[in-house]
Design a protein around this ligand. Structure first.
Ligand code: SF4
Ligand code: SF4
Length: 471
């Protein structure tokens, strides 16, 4: 029997029985106008997820998150770990967009686009019904011990989880590497194999056992709903004024009676096991299944649809819903500001990254001709989309331009370097300078790194030298 406050069996969680054991939910699907749209949209997202690693943009996958190389390619643009400003702006923009989306459309993400809902409701549960049968058969199997159908379901769930785990891995290593690994022994790439195995087991556990509890107890976004939603946000709500007093059975003359026939179809279809008639609850993921279930009941008894429907807390309590309110004005303004800064920073991003460091413990040396040499490491990363050649030279010393360039040399076997898009070079070498530039053992040189595409970056670097006073 589905849970209701009237059954005298109050629950702390819709997924727990009173004795603390798991209450397995076997929701009955309700096919209606929203379910049809969710199915089309959800399958579009699944196909997109599987295809994105295969779609090339500027010669790279549409999305490639190369953690080992610390390179993140998103739709033709490659970001490096050093792009902290861009990354911070991106995360802030995303957060504000989520706040705005939730303030206006409530938990539309949870019900329509979250991978947990999309995969569970549109892939795993339909597969389960196909293998085990409908709601009643599944309940029967719950009471039985291990049986063939459940074993087959486990096998199919594991295979599907493994497929999704491979697609997931492709986002991090690319489809070519993945195809190679699939043909090789796991011992050739043990770490990747462990990652794939872990993701497979995690998904298998989630979609086979944990299921709706991910939304109810584990998802941080679900926990934040009470602060992200306001009384005018879109919710799935029950029209109590119209529905109450709810009554089952035949109409008795003069008996006050609302439109709800207390059929529990909205509860039986709910993937999180709640009764929407109890009001807005944190467990409600706004999946619209109860809307479709109730609409079909209303159609059958000849009443207008919409006893359960998209609404707002104000509308449900008989007040006017306001669309314009402070957070709906402030969030878009903030979003526009962040997007402007993000796009400006992206467009003005340098086409190369340069860093110059002294190797640990290095001091200075003196050549037979009396020049002072300092060891340096110059890292150059090509951030442009084409191959470039880079050169480094000393253009200034202690704040002044070098007047005799021939006396200042950067000696490195790796420079000049020709780098493909996204490639780096770590050039080790020496800066050779005449001894007269040092003052109290120090001299600051300005090193310029130039690229064929006009890239030009100047970095100050402090040299160590003999303790002489410059005249
Ligand atoms: S109450 Fe309705 S909208 Fe909310 S989770 Fe249950 S079925 Fe989905
Ligand atoms: S499906 Fe509609 S009529 Fe049936 S119990 Fe739910 S709200 Fe009432």
């Amino acid at each position: 029997m589905p849970h209701s406050p009237k059954d005298g069996n109050e629950r702390v969680l819709s997924t727990l029985n009173a004795d603390g054991t798991r209450r397995w939910l076997r929701p009955k699907p309700s096919c209606g106008r929203f379910h049809g749209r969710r199915r089309v949209f959800g399958w579009f997202l699944i196909v997109l997820f599987v295809s994105l690693p295969y779609i090339p943009i500027n010669g790279k996958p549409a999305i490639l998150l190369d953690i080992l190389k610390r390179e993140f390619t998103l739709f033709g643009k490659t970001f490096l770990a050093t792009d902290t400003l861009l990354l911070m702006l991106f995360v802030m923009t995303l957060l504000v967009a989520i706040f705005l989306l939730t303030a206006v459309f409530g938990r539309v993400w949870c019900g329509w686009a979250c991978p947990q809902t999309v995969y569970l409701e549109l892939l795993f549960r339909p597969l389960e019904r196909w293998i085990e049968g409908g709601h009643a058969q599944q309940k029967k199997l719950d009471k039985e011990g291990p049986n063939g159908r459940r074993l087959l379901r486990h096998f199919v769930f594991f295979a599907v989880s493994m497929f999704i785990a491979h697609v997931f891995l492709a986002y991090f290593v690319g489809v070519d590497t993945l195809a190679l690994w699939v043909r090789q022994s796991p011992f050739d790439h043990p770490f990747a194999f462990l990652v794939m195995g872990g993701v497979t087991l995690g998904m298998f556990f989630d979609f086979t056992y944990f299921r709706e509890q991910t939304c109810i107890v584990a998802c941080p976004y679900g926990r934040l709903q009470s602060v992200l939603l306001d009384r005018d946000s879109l919710i799935v709500g029950y029209d109590a004024k119209r529905g109450e007093p709810r009554k089952r059975g035949k109409l008795v003359a003069d008996e006050p009676r609302g439109d709800c026939v207390d059929c529990f179809k909205c509860v039986a279809t709910c993937p999180t096991g709640i009764d929407i008639r109890d009001g807005l609850q944190m467990e409600c993921i706004h999946c619209t299944q109860c809307i479709d279930a109730c609409d079909s009941v209303m159609d059958r008894i000849g009443k207008p649809r919409g006893l359960i429907g998209y609404s707002s807390q104000n509308a449900v309590s008989g007040q006017k819903t306001r669309f314009v309110r402070p957070r709906v004005v402030l969030y878009p303004l903030l979003l526009a500001g962040l997007l402007t800064i993000f796009v400006t920073a992206l467009v003005n991003k340098d086409t190369a990254d340069v860093s110059i460091v002294r190797p640990p413990g290095a001091t200075f040396g003196i050549t037979p001709s009396g020049d002072i040499t300092n060891r340096i490491k110059i890292r150059v990363t090509n951030r442009s989309e084409t191959s470039q050649t880079y050169q480094a030279l000393v253009v200034g010393v202690s704040g002044a331009e070098v007047d005799r360039p021939g006396e200042f040399r950067i000696l490195s076997a790796e420079l000049p370097a020709t780098l493909g898009s996204g490639e780096s070079v770590l050039a080790e070498g020496f800066v050779a300078t005449p001894p007269h530039v040092f003052d109290k053992g120090r001299a600051t040189v300005t090193i310029r790194v130039v690229g064929e595409d006009g890239f030009n970056s100047e970095v100050d670097y402090q040299l160590l030298g003999p303790w002489t006073l410059r005249k």
